[in-house]
Design a protein around this ligand. Structure first.
Ligand SMILES: Nc1ncnc2c1ncn2[C@@H]1O[C@H](COP(=O)(O)OP(=O)(O)OP(=O)(O)O)[C@@H](O)[C@H]1O
Ligand SMILES: NC(=O)c1ccc[n+]([C@@H]2O[C@H](COP(=O)(O)O)[C@@H](O)[C@H]2O)c1
Ligand SMILES: [Zn+2]
Length: 278
């Protein structure tokens, strides 16, 4: 008899600038998936790359359309990674917790439709997938226990950013940890376990943070890629060949593009500072 698979299905979501995407961004997903599978408790079914929108206003951030296109090229050879444009097509910058909620809701909706269709099939009715989930009874949501869980995938520097004043709202950090959980990959220059120890919130939710050690350390960053490009140096084998070609064809990353948003306050800082003054 076939053994049933009772592992929890997980969808990994990585947010960030991806300016441009590097091979290290792709490695994060591979490392996280290996780690989660090793626990025997999780089955990773998908990885989503969600580039931040231009309204984030980070210095040197080039247009989302280019960042999206490069991420799409980079994930072409993967059968489990995809790029999602929902976040970067919003009019304004979106808090990460809302991006997580959006993807979790999408999975829940898909699951309701599936359960509804299976049930209808059993009863001999044929129903169309295009039907909105809204007309499905709520009981399908409650009965539904197998919705995959979305988890935030990040590097240790992003985990450490949770402690920067006015960058993240406390309630967002709590929701990210308690409702989703974080898979954090170690990164040169960051000390994630010490940061968890020093933060009362992170310490409280440490059971929701999976720290993954990257033994084959690699200091690739988008900042270094942009710097190399400005200096006319090769970036081959640091980003996929298709991305190198795209950058060349579109003449991306120059002294000028690096000055974009120079002197402008990062949107989360501007927003949270304004809120705290109200
Ligand atoms: N070498 C790396 N090791 C671990 N995590 C990484 C690495 N490079 C990127 N990440 C993670 O990937 C996510 C997206 O990061 P981001 O787009 O800022 O890339 P970056 O290389 O840090 O770019 P930049 O230099 O522009 O900040 C973040 O969670 C970040 O921590
Ligand atoms: N309060 C928040 O939700 C918050 C604050 C700062 C950064 N972020 C996100 O973290 C990521 C950081 O990306 P970078 O490391 O490229 O700046 C982005 O996706 C950004 O949207 C979220
Ligand atoms: Zn970064």
């Amino acid at each position: 008899m076939e053994k049933s698979d009772d592992r929890t299905e997980v969808v990994l979501l990585a947010t960030g600038s991806f300016n441009p995407i590097t091979v290290m961004h792709l490695r994060l997903f591979e490392l996280a998936r290996d780690y989660l599978h090793d626990t025997g408790k999780y089955k990773v079914i998908k990885g989503i790359i969600s580039p931040v929108c231009d309204g984030y206003k980070k210095k040197g951030l080039i247009e989302a359309s280019h960042r999206l296109a490069m991420a799409n090229l980079a994930t072409k050879t993967s059968d489990w990674l995809e790029v999602d444009s929902w976040e970067c097509s919003q009019k304004q910058w979106t808090e990460t917790v809302l991006v997580l909620r959006h993807h979790q809701q999408k999975l829940t909706n898909a699951n309701i439709v599936d359960t509804w269709e299976k049930d209808a099939h059993k009863k001999g009715h044929k129903r169309k997938r295009e039907n909105s989930h809204q007309d499905k009874p709520n009981s399908y949501l409650q009965e539904n226990k197998a919705v995959p869980q979305v988890k935030l995938l990040c590097g240790a520097d992003m985990l450490e950013s949770l402690g920067k004043p006015n960058l993240w709202k406390n309630e967002d950090v709590i929701e990210i940890l308690s409702s989703f959980g974080i898979i954090c990959i170690t990164r040169l220059g960051s000390n994630a376990s010490n940061f968890i120890y020093e933060s009362d919130i992170l310490w409280k939710y440490k059971h929701m943070i999976h720290l993954v050690e990257e033994w084959i350390t690699n200091d690739i960053s988008s900042t270094k890629i942009r710097r190399a490009l400005r200096r006319g140096m090769s970036i081959r084998y640091l980003v996929p060949d298709s991305v190198v070609e795209y950058i060349q064809n579109h003449e991306l990353y120059s002294e000028e593009s690096e000055e974009k948003n120079s002197g402008v306050i990062l949107e989360p800082l501007a927003r949270n500072t304004k809120d705290s003054q109200l």
